[in-house]
Structure formats: structure tokens, C-alpha cells
Design a protein around this ligand. Structure first.
Ligand SMILES: [Zn+2]
Length: 412
């Protein structure tokens, strides 16, 4: 199967961040040509007036909570945890599957082609992601046996999930130690061992709230990142969500350990965590920082376009500096940096020959995206665009959503 996307404004996100008028040819699951391609294909899409861009990478979510949207709005952080833990404890695998399918539909329709998830019952999420045709990195939540609502032992459930779902084209299972507040040193050591044994990484929540930091200082005598370093847990290729309440010393430790950060600005602000993740500082120190929506209980949306704008506004406003982060840098976080965090920079994150065909088309002919040209396309994507402007989403060379409807056998 080949697809020729003709005459679009292509935001390549390549090394030189070129934006060009032209065509993009997809053959099988790869990008086969870019620029003045021409020729024939099984399917030709006229992209006149559209932006052609790499698929967005949501670096932290709990996708199956899509059908728990609005369950815990406008309450304290403790109340939020009480409500969501209560809901999690009572969900059947079928409800997790339905929620995941709904969340995958929302992502496909709003231009997200790849996501990193953290939850239990990831086998249900994997089924939903495969059905929707999305690329998914799925971290089965691991936590202390006496704190979990999972049936059986979380570490054994995670090990079984990795065994059953390894080696797939679009699904990559990873280990998900939930956070220091739910994991003892022993649980973390077992999670690390499981990840090492399977050649994978860990994805976890980290220093989201000040309360989490203080509680751990009481329990272990150290701040979270300091403690994780002391017990030898931090691992190259890991991805930590949030990392809001961190010291400069901790930030350096993360960067030097090769741990990436998934910044979740909307969730942080809605739950009023108070602090602001030091995104420019981490980037300047050489850290990899991607962007995540977090789950629908704390964000209420999986729209990565909205997340990009919120990321930009939070950093600018909190630093009293409108130049602290550019639209280009924010788009990088949602594409190339997310790909790097997942260790997939050779395959994902930009539109270049030989890379996987994860491609999104955005309608720029509407009033809310005009004027649009090569010099303001990136600005329009970050500051003016919504996921509703996405008119086609392609993952691994297959169209998964088009003109507001899901393609193939996906359901909403
Ligand atoms: Zn989360």
C-alpha cells in the first residue's frame, strides 16, 4: 500500500527544522520520499492548504481513564486520589478496554500517533491500541502488594504482560513502578530487575507534589530523586512523569542518569501542584523533555495541541519571560524529544525518508488557522490549532482517522 500526500506545507521537524511546500510519499510503513516526489500511488491525498506534520507523541497518559472524564474535578489533590483510586479498584477489564478504546479514538482524531501509558490491565489497553492502530508503549503499574487494587501481585502481572505482548509491531510493554509514594525500595529493585531482564525501561510518576517530596523525606530521609540515586534505581532510558518539585541537584542527577521527563502542564495546573517543572533548565542541561496530557481524570482531554499551548503559556508566565520557550521548542517536545525519550529517534518524531510513516494532516484553510505560510506554520500549530483541525492521521503507513471519523475496524 502506498499513499501520496500532494502539495502540502510540510513541517518536517528534520535536523534543520525545514518547512517546505511539497509531497510526501508513503510506501508500506515507511516514508519513501519527501519534497518534489510526484508519481503515482494507491491513494493520493490532495493536501493543498494543509499542514503535513509528524504524528504527536503523548509521553504520559492513563488512556483507559477516558471514560472516567470529569470524575474528580475541582477537588483537593488528596480527594482526587481518593476518588480515582476508588474508581480504579472497581473497574472490570471490559471497562478498562472500553475506556482505552475511547481514549485511543480521541488521540487518533486529534493527531496523536504514539503514546506512553501507565496503568494496570495494560493487556486491555494493548488490545484497544492495536484495534485503533496506534503505536503504544505500555507500562504495567507496579507497586507494593499491600497498596495495590490489582488482583494478584503487580510485579508478576507486569512480568506476564511483558511475556505476552513483546515482539509486536506497534505495542511495546515496559515496567511501570507507580511512584515512590506507592513503592518501597524492595519493590523498586524488583521492578528494575524485571526491566533489565527484559531489556526494557521503567516509566513512573516522580516528584509531582510537594507533599510527595515531604512524605518521602520523612520515610527515607531523602528527596525522591536523591533517594532513587542512593538506592541505584535511576536507569538510562527511563521516563519520569511530572518532575515538578525537584532541586537543581536532582535535575542534574536525572539528566546524568539518562532519565527523560514527561512534562504534564495541564494536569499540574488543574491539580494545583503549585510548582512549575523546570523545563527550560532541564533542556539547557541536556535533558530530554517530552510532553504528556496525563489521564482524563486530571486533564479531561487528550488533545496534544492544547497541551503544547498550555506548556508554552505556563513556562512563559511563570518565568516572566515570553522568550523563555519558543513555539518550535514546544513542537520539538511533542515530536522529536518524545521520540528521543522513547529511544525511537531513528524511527519517529520527524518526517524524513526511511522513518516510520506516522503522519498528521492539519486543515489550515479555516479562519482560525489563517494566514498560514511556511514562516508561521509552526506558530499556528502551537498557538492556534486544536486537535479538531486534524483531518487525517496515519500510523505506520495506515490511515487510522480521516475527516473526523475513525478508519478501518476502530470504534469510538
Ligand atoms: Zn499520571
Amino acid at each position: 500500500m502506498s499513499i501520496l500526500i500532494r502539495n502540502g506545507t510540510i513541517v518536517t521537524q528534520d535536523e534543520n527544522r525545514r518547512v517546505m511546500k511539497g509531497d510526501l510519499l508513503i510506501e508500506g510503513d515507511e516514508i519513501a520520499g519527501i519534497g518534489d516526489v510526484g508519481g503515482l500511488a494507491d491513494e493520493v491525498i490532495d493536501a493543498t492548504g494543509m499542514i503535513v506534520m509528524p504524528g504527536l507523541i503523548n509521553l504520559h497518559t492513563h488512556v483507559s481513564m477516558a471514560n472516567l472524564r470529569g470524575i474528580a474535578d475541582d477537588v483537593s489533590f488528596d480527594k482526587f486520589l481518593e476518588i480515582t483510586y476508588g474508581a480504579d479498584a472497581n473497574r472490570s477489564p471490559e471497562e478498562v478496554f472500553k475506556g482505552a478504546l475511547q481514549g485511543c479514538a480521541e488521540m487518533a482524531l486529534t493527531g496523536t500517533t504514539c503514546f506512553l501509558d501507565l496503568y494496570y490491565s495494560e493487556d486491555m489497553v494493548a488490545k484497544a491500541a492495536e484495534q485503533a492502530g496506534l503505536r503504544a508503549f505500555l507500562a504495567w503499574a507496579v507497586l507494593d502488594d499491600d497498596k495495590t487494587t490489582q488482583k494478584g501481585s503487580p510485579i508478576e502481572n507486569c512480568a506476564r504482560f511483558i511475556r505476552e505482548w513483546s515482539g509486536r509491531e506497534l505495542i511495546t510493554p515496559v515496567v511501570g513502578p507507580q511512584g515512590v509514594y506507592a513503592c518501597s525500595g524492595e519493590t523498586l529493585a524488583r521492578a528494575r530487575e524485571l526491566a533489565k531482564d527484559n531489556g526494557t525501561v521503567c516509566h513512573y510518576h516522580l516528584s509531582e507534589t510537594r507533599g510527595e517530596v515531604y512524605d518521602l523525606m520523612k520515610r527515607e530521609g531523602s528527596r525522591p530523586i536523591d533517594w532513587l540515586q542512593e538506592i541505584g534505581f535511576l536507569g538510562e532510558g527511563d521516563i519520569a512523569a511530572h518532575s515538578v518539585w525537584i532541586t537543581k541537584h536532582e535535575m542534574i542527577a536525572l539528566v546524568e542518569s539518562g532519565v527523560s521527563v514527561a512534562h504534564c502542564p495541564t494536569s499540574n495546573m488543574k491539580l494545583a501542584v503549585g510548582g512549575v517543572a523546570p523545563v527550560p533548565e532541564m533542556r539547557q542541561a541536556g535533558g530530554k523533555v517530552g510532553l504528556g496530557t496525563d489521564g482524563c481524570a486530571s486533564n479531561n482531554s487528550l488533545d496534544m495541541f492544547s497541551e503544547m499551548k498550555t506548556c508554552s503559556l505556563l513556562q512563559k508566565h511563570s518565568k516572566w519571560d515570553p522568550a523563555i520557550i519558543s513555539a518550535q521548542e514546544v513542537l520539538d517536545m511533542a515530536t522529536t524529544e518524545g521520540a528521543k525519550a522513547l529511544g525511537m529517534e531513528a524511527q519517529l518524531g520527524s518526517l524524513e525518508k526511511g522513518k516510520k510513516a506516522d503522519v498528521v494532516l492539519v486543515d489550515a484553510r479555516i479562519p482560525g488557522m489563517s494566514p498560514m505560510n511556511a514562516s508561521n506554520a509552526v506558530s499556528n500549530l502551537v498557538y492556534s490549532c486544536s486537535g479538531r483541525n486534524v483531518c487525517c492521521t496515519i500510523v505506520n503507513g495506515k490511515i487510522v482517522a480521516r475527516n473526523g471519523a475513525l478508519a478501518g475496524n476502530s470504534t469510538g
